[in-house]
Write a protein that binds this ligand. Structure first.
Ligand SMILES: CC(C)(COP(=O)(O)OP(=O)(O)OC[C@H]1O[C@@H](n2cnc3c(N)ncnc32)[C@H](O)[C@@H]1OP(=O)(O)O)[C@@H](O)C(=O)NCCC(=O)NCCS
Length: 185
C-alpha cells in the first residue's frame, strides 16, 4: 500500500509542479506565478504527494462568498486512479471550512474527463466564455458548485470521503488524514 497526503504547497514543491503544469496544462503558469501563490493570502495552494513525490496540485482563490478553482492537475501516470477525486474533495472541504457559498471554475469544453469529475461532485454549467483559451480559441464552460457552506453539503462530503478512500485503497493507495495543517473537522 502506498501512502499519500494532501498538504499546502511549499517552495520545494514548485519545480515538480511546474513540470506537471507543462504536461497537463500546457504551461498555464510560470514558476514565478506558482511561487507568488505561496505568498497569496487569498489562495489555498494544495499538493497531493507520496513519499516526497508530487502527484498533483490545485490552487483555489477565496474571495467573499466565492471560491475560484484556478488550476488543478494530476501527473499523467497517476491519473484515473481516484487521486483527482481525493484532491477535489479536499478543495471542496477547504471551501466549506472557509464558509464560501459556491465554487466556480472554467474548463475547456473538450475536457470531458475533467467535466465528468466535476459533475460527480455536484458542479453544474452556468454558461460559457467564448474563445476563452488563447492557444486555440476554445470556449470555456463555466461550472459552479453551490451550497458549499451548508450542513447538508458537509454531510455529503463526509460520505464521499469514505467512498473515495475505499476506491483508492482498492488501487493500492492509503489516504493519510488528520494532518495538523488541514484538519478535516
Ligand atoms: C482532471 C484530472 C485532474 C482528474 O484526475 P484523475 O486522478 O484522473 O481523476 P480520478 O481518477 O479521480 O477520476 C475521477 C473521474 O474522472 C473521470 N475520468 C477519469 N479518467 C477518465 C477517462 N480516461 N475518461 C473519461 N473520464 C475519466 C471519471 O468521471 C472518473 O470517475 P469514475 O472513474 O468513477 O468514472 C486529471 O485527468 C488531469 O490532471 N487532467 C489534465 C489537467 C486538467 O484537465 N485539469 C483540469 C482543468 S479544468
Amino acid at each position: 500500500m502506498r501512502e499519500f497526503i494532501i498538504t499546502r504547497a511549499t517552495e520545494s514543491d514548485i519545480k515538480e509542479i511546474v513540470l506537471i503544469d507543462r504536461d497537463c496544462l500546457d504551461g498555464f503558469w510560470s514558476e514565478t506565478s506558482y511561487l507568488g501563490e505561496l505568498e497569496n493570502d487569498n489562495s489555498e495552494f494544495l499538493v497531493i504527494s507520496a513519499g516526497g513525490e508530487v502527484l498533483g496540485f490545485a490552487c483555489v482563490w477565496f474571495y467573499c462568498q466565492e471560491g475560484h478553482l484556478i488550476v488543478f492537475a494530476i501527473k499523467p501516470e497517476y491519473q484515473g486512479q481516484g487521486l483527482g477525486s481525493a484532491l477535489l474533495w479536499q478543495i471542496l472541504h477547504r471551501a466549506h471550512h472557509y464558509g464560501v457559498e459556491w465554487v466556480v471554475l472554467e474548463v475547456r469544453v473538450s475536457n470531458t474527463r475533467a467535466i465528468k469529475l466535476y459533475e460527480k461532485f455536484g458542479f453544474a454549467a452556468i454558461g460559457t466564455r467564448k474563445e476563452y483559451y488563447a492557444d486555440n480559441g476554445e470556449d470555456a464552460l463555466v461550472l459552479w458548485c453551490k451550497g458549499v457552506h451548508t450542513a447538508a453539503f458537509k454531510d455529503k462530503l463526509v460520505k464521499q470521503r469514505q467512498e473515495i478512500a475505499d476506491r483508492l485503497q482498492g488501487r493500492g493507495w492509503l489516504w493519510l488524514e488528520r494532518l495538523k495543517q488541514l484538519q478535516h473537522s
